[in-house]
Design a protein around this ligand. Sequence first.
Ligand SMILES: Cc1cc2nc3c(=O)[nH]c(=O)nc-3n(C[C@H](O)[C@H](O)[C@H](O)COP(=O)(O)O)c2cc1C
Length: 446
Amino acid sequence: MNLVSIPNTTGGHLGGWRHPSSYSQTAMNLDCVIELAQLAERGKFDAVFLADGNAVRDMQPPALFAANHPSARPVGFEPTTVLSAVSVLTKKIGVVATATTTYDEPWSVARRFASLDHISRGRAGWNLVTTSYAGDALNFSRTEHMLREERYTRAEEFHDVVIDLWDSWAEDAFPEDKPTGQFLDPSRVRNIDHEGPHFRVKGPLNVARSPQGRPVVFMAGQSSRGMELAARHADALFGAGSTKQHCLDAYAGVKGRMSKYGRKPESLKILPGISVFVGRTTAEADELYEELQGLISPTLGVHYLSKIMEMDLSPYPLDGPLPDVPGHTLGGSSLREYIIDMSRKGGWSIRQTYERSLPSIGAPLFRGTPRQIADEMEDWYRSQACDGFTILAPLAPRGLRNFVDLVIPELQRRGLARTEYATSTLRGHLGLDHPVNPHFPNVAAR
Ligand SMILES: Cc1cc2nc3c(=O)[nH]c(=O)nc-3n(C[C@H](O)[C@H](O)[C@H](O)COP(=O)(O)O)c2cc1C
């Protein structure tokens, strides 16, 4: 079973950062990120993953901004920069970060992640996203956000250009031969002149072919376009559902689409996010859950739900039903649709909706003893709801520490988690093939 950890220093639960046992100062605190990554490495996770966005969100109205929870990321490191630091202070664990295809450039992304792959000696992964938060447009000289269709058309071309740039050089392109004075071999590089609807990019990339051949490509899109792109190009897919049934359907759906692109199902790893509340006893797990729930005030709950619904819910009665929310939004979010659906089906009030759906921010919630959690994970894994999980700990560092100390040994006993790293690259950990450079296929022979 593959396992990815999100080293979220403020925790995955809305109230997590306020808990007395949580880090007391997290903003721009490198030590916390490093501690969490080293903890995940102690648990022999495949990788740590840092999500990312750009705009500081929801500054208007001021009351909404004041209720801003840190998960909206008002402050944080640029992820490939911080992961460069993490990678020199860890040895084996993969380092995965988000970079957007909507507002970044293929050249910059190819260069950053190829560099990270070199710095980490083969442990880098790129989470390719299309930005859903409309406000990011204003950070990048645009007045309007791109519509989802355009975002995905651009993402597809963006991906292809990045791959092409990563394939610029043969592995043996730099002999650096002092006696002959030959630094590079000009027969071992390609000229790239990409011209497409969105990008005109001249290559080659100014980074040598990276240790993994190409960094691992993760994706996280949940729409039909997102799933299609993943089936075609992704090595790994985050968060493919919010319930087991969701995950079973998404797993079969995405894997089923792969054959038309000539891909084998095992060449894509599907790793839904789960939020884990573990205790030595069920009472201990429940107690932690209740403590954190108690840290979400109705004001924060309503404001946070309002952000997800893209509609101010504060004028509506807290114990009345969720009102009709606008159907189409520019950003588009599967989380929003999921929460509306759950709320309607369950007949939930606004209060119940935020109480039940926000603690794990849409992810399925696994709560109980190590054995109960491992049972549930094993069940999902064996019934092909996933190839592994992305673990969201509700508070930091206690949540991840408990997972590593309590759940990992239980998974190891069942033969579901490794006890030692058998490889040193992220591709190796995930069980993915090393890609051959199609333009220089015979390096080994040379
Ligand atoms: C587990 C997970 C992690 C994500 N991480 C990011 C992120 O770091 N940055 C971002 O802009 N979007 C992130 N997203 C959003 C998606 O990548 C995607 O862009 C968004 O869902 C819109 O695409 P869709 O309409 O296909 O769902 C994440 C989604 C999931 C499920």
